[in-house]
Design a protein around this ligand. Sequence first.
Ligand code: NAD
Ligand code: MG
Length: 395
Amino acid sequence: TGTNAPRRLSIFGSTGSIGQNTLDVIQQLGGRESYEISVVTGNENVELLAQQARSTGARLAVTANDSKYRLLKAELSGSGIAVAAGAQGLAEAADIEADWVMAAIVGTAGLAPTLAAAGKGAVIALANKECLVSAGDLFVEAVLNGGGLLIPVDSEHSAIFQSLDENQRHAVERIILTASGGPFRTWSRAEMANVTAATARAHPNWSMGLKISIGSASMFNKALEMIEAKHLFSVCPDQIEVVVHPQSIVHSMVGYTDGSIIAQLGSPDMRTAIGYALEYPHRPKLNVERLDFAKLSRLDFEAPDERRFPALRLARTALERGGLQGAIMNAAEEVAFHAFVDERIGFLQMADIVEAVMDRMAGTGGAHSMDDVFAADAEARRLAAELVAVNEKAA
Ligand code: NAD
Ligand code: MG
C-alpha cells in the first residue's frame, strides 16, 4: 500500500479471547483513525461478531458456522458490511486484501484460512499454534514463500522472538519455555483423576479460551508450544527446555553460548504480545499493568514433572520422531480435549489416548505436502474417536 494508506488488518477469530484482546489493542492504538479493518471472523457468537464488525467498520464479517449465516446477515442488515459463512466464507476472508492478519482461530480449523492469507503475502501474527504444530515446516515455508512474515503471538514465543538477536543466532544454545504449571501444578495424579472441565479451566494467572485453559491444566498447551518453538526458531529438540514458573512473569528466555540468559518479562496480559506483533519492529504504547518488582517480591522456578504431566514427554517423543507426529499429536489432542469437555473421558485419559494414537501411527511416512498433513490429521482423529468410544464402554 502507499506510504500514507492505513494498514489493513484482518482478525481471524475476533470473537475469542485473543480476538477481543486484539481489538482492544487496535482501539488503544487509534482504532479506525489508525487502521482499516478488512475482516472479522467468529463462529457461534454472531451477535458479538456483528457488533465488532459495526464498531470497526469491517468490510466483511464471516461466521464459520453455516447455520448462523442468516442470523449474521440479519444482524448486519443495512450496515453495508458483507457477510459470509462456512469454509467458503473463511476462504473469502483470506482472499480480501490485508497487510496483517491475526490468526486467532482455535484448533486446526484455522489452518486453511491462515495458509491462504499467508500465500497472499500478509504478515501473519500467529496465536493459532495448532496450525503450526500440525503443518510444521510446511506452514513456515508457505508464509515465507508468500513473501510475508510470521510473528508469534503466543506469549512464550513472543518472549523468545523478542529475546533473539538476529546477529547472534549462531550463539543460541537453548530456549527455555516457562510454564505456569496450571491449576494442578501441585496435585497428585490420583487427585487429577476425577477433575471436571469446570475445575480444569480455572487458570491461576491468565484468562483464556476453553481449549488452551484445559491445555494449561494438562500441560498439553506446553507440549504444543515445544513443537511450535521448534518450527518457529529452527532449533534442535534438545535445545528446548521447559521450566515451571508459577507467577507467569518471565514469559520465556533464550540462553546463549557465553552463559547469558535474555528474558522478556511482563504482567500476564496477552495484549503486550499482540501489540508487539502488530507494530513490529516498533513498540506501541499500551495501557497494560506495569510490573512492580517490590510488590512481586519473588519469582519461583521448578522442574516440570513428566510423570504427572505426560504431555511433556509426548512432545519430546513427537519431536524425536519428527515427520507427521506433530500433526498426529495435535489432532488426537483436539479429539481428546472435546471428549473430556463432553465428560466422555477423564482428565488423565486425554494423554493416554494421545499417546496410543501417536504410537499406532509412529510408522506413518514424512510430511512432504499438505495432503500428507490432512491425511494424518484425519486418521489420528478417527483413531482417537475410536479410543474415546472404547474408553466410554469400559467406564
Ligand atoms: P477462544 O476459544 O476464546 O476463541 C476462538 C476463536 O475461534 C473464536 O473467535 C471462535 O469463534 C473461533 N472458532 C472456534 N471454532 C471455530 C471453527 N471451527 N472455525 C472457525 N473459527 C472457529 O480461543 P483463544 O483462547 O482466543 O485462542 C485462540 C488461539 O490462540 C488458540 O490457538 C490458542 O491456543 C492461542 N492462544 C491463546 C492465548 C490466550 O491467552 N487466550 C494465548 C496464547 C495462544
Ligand atoms: Mg503460551
